[in-house]
Design a protein around this ligand. Structure first.
Ligand code: FAD
Length: 502
């Protein structure tokens, strides 16, 4: 007799979703996490009087989150309250130009028309195509287990219109798709920024992802109280159904007998038995460390070794006692598309910090939700990219402090944003701290790389082909990183389990 029907390792969004669905379907489920709170990257950090998000800053494709609650006989609004975010983004470009895109398609058209009438007409075509692509392709793949050729083929056969919106963009880059529509430099670079939302430069991100530049116009929201309200809401439902959460518990091994999973072993040697283990951990760690070379066939070990982890994204958290000179929940500081590509090849690949290359997402969630800071105070998250082991030094040996100083100086010099005089608290979550906090190898923010070679059936499967009873969820399986995709992976993994065990 096993201790549990199912053990979920990792209380990130994928793990929580799978745990809540399984417990609700009658599986006695244990959810384990190394951290002292649920949510993984989608968590929070309290510094003095300021509450900061530790990862995502906004949510889109809301139907996926609603689906989690519907599947367990509940309503999302009884657990999480949304605040609409509009405008979607503010921009500050290289030449000091400020502009913003509202949610409305027409409003965005008017902004684009100020740069170029031709691009405004292209926006109409792009938005029309984007709306169809979202409805007929992306919304469908979000909760489907497409990690085998036959599973992907089944989804396509059921939804033939999908190919019309995916196939033509499969072999093009993000940049090629967008420059096929837009010509003005400011418009092109403002649309191309989102390629880094999947951790790749515009010239390498797959073309079908380019519709991200439309999808946010379907509406983006922020959960009242902070991003961690999403995992906390799902966890509340899980515990109401009788599920057990055990925090500060690090799993070191997945236990097996023959070709079957039998449970997990914690770092302190405790063994917990179950014939089903669902991991929300980076797939490389699952196969290379929790199972290890001796317990997986050579072909699988080679395959897993060949996966690259995604890029790290250091985050600076600032608490200030005055409203910063920003109007939007999100502000992008950016420059040309060449600069965005150069960040990847000349900096990231050469292990160099970005230095003066101005590429920064500034999130000011307290503009949308005043519960995050004392009255009149604000919280800012500054997110950019940098290597795990920069040539400039070690994050743990002074680089963290220097990085903070340099970025605050850059904000002042290049964007006229003086934050130092009003600064009350400041913290940097650099790639090494991120790795220690979430056990994400090399501080990877999206699990694995997200190019074409790491997508759909090329990404690690949701169901292990080696061990019966082993399933994967979260950013390193289909559909990759992001709030909606990882929650979608939890739904898809549960569907697979129900087919196997239901
Ligand atoms: C800086 C940043 C900004 C982002 N911005 C956005 C955004 O605006 N919008 C968006 O949609 N997405 C965004 N994302 C991506 C999104 O947050 C993630 O893709 C998603 O939250 C990952 O969920 P996951 O299910 O993969 O779990 P994770 O968050 O990766 O959680 C995995 C959990 O497993 C636990 N764990 C790991 N190893 C073990 C072990 N051995 N034993 C026990 N527990 C273990 C960890 O402690 C962690 O809690 C952002 C991410 C980051 C980091």
């Amino acid at each position: 007799m096993s201790d549990y029907d199912a053990i979920v390792v990792g209380a990130g969004l994928g793990g929580l979703t799978a745990a809540s669905q399984l417990q609700n379907k009658g599986f006695k489920t244990l959810l384990l996490d190394h951290c002292d709170q649920v949510g993984g990257c989608c968590g929070s950090m309290q510094i003095g009087d300021y509450k900061f998000d530790t990862g995502p800053s906004v949510v889109e494709l809301l139907f996926v989150i609603d689906e989690v609650f519907t599947n367990i006989g509940r309503k999302r609004e009884d657990y999480i309250e949304w605040i609409d975010i509009d405008p979607i983004y503010g921009f500050v470009d290289n030449a000091g130009k400020h502009f913003s895109y509202p949610t409305s398609i027409e409003g965005t058209r008017e902004v684009i028309a100020k740069f170029s009438e031709e691009d405004a007409r292209a926006w109409d075509r792009f938005a029309d195509l984007g709306a169809n692509a979202l409805e007929k392709a992306f919304n469908i793949v979000m909760t489907q287990p497409m990690t085998t050729l036959s599973a992907a083929a089944r989804v396509m056969v059921k939804n033939p219109a999908m190919m019309k919106y995916m196939a033509p963009y499969m072999l093009k880059s993000f940049q090629q798709v967008l420059t096929g529509f837009f010509k003005d430099d400011s418009v092109v670079s403002s649309m191309c920024l989102q390629s880094y939302f999947i951790g790749l430069p515009p010239c390498l991100a797959p073309g079908y992802i380019a519709f991200l530049a439309y999808s946010e116009h379907d509406g983006i929201v922020y959960p009242k109280g902070g991003m961690d309200m999403i995992p906390k809401g799902i966890c509340k439902a899980f515990e109401e159904d009788g599920g057990k959460v055990q925090l500060n518990s690090t799993v070191s091994k997945i236990l097996t007998e023959g070709k079957k999973v039998t449970g997990v072993e914690l770092e302190d040697g405790t063994r917990i038995s179950s014939s089903m283990v669902i991991t929300n951990v980076n797939a490389k760690v699952v196969y290379e460390e929790m199972l290890g070379k001796d317990r997986i066939p050579g072909w699988a070990y080679k395959g897993v070794k060949s996966y690259e982890v995604s890029i790290p994204a250091p985050m600076i958290m600032l608490g200030v006692d005055k409203k910063p000179d920003l109007e939007c929940h999100h502000t992008f500081c950016h420059s040309s598309i060449d600069n965005m590509n150069s960040i990847w090849f000349d900096n990231f690949k050469e292990n160099k910090l970005l230095g003066d290359k101005n590429f920064m997402l500034i999130c000011t969630p307290s503009l949308s939700d005043d519960s995050l800071a004392p009255k009149g105070h604000h919280t800012l998250n500054l997110v950019s990219f940098s290597p795990y082991e920069p040539v400039e030094g070690d994050w743990d040996k002074g680089l963290r402090e220097k990085y903070l100083e340099d970025i605050l100086d850059l904000m002042k010099r290049k964007f006229g944003l003086d934050l130092t005089s009003n600064l009350k608290v400041a913290e940097v979550i650099d790639p090494k701290r991120f790795e220690r906090r979430f056990l994400h190898p090399r501080g990877a923010v999206y699990g694995l790389q997200q190019d074409l070679c790491h997508s759909a059936m090329f990404r690690p499967g949701m169901k292990s082909r080696i061990y019966d009873g082993l399933y994967l969820t979260g950013a390193s399986t289909h559909l990759g990183g992001g709030v909606a995709p990882t929650i979608g992976s939890g739904i898809a993994a549960t569907d697979l389990i129900m087919k196997d065990r239901g």
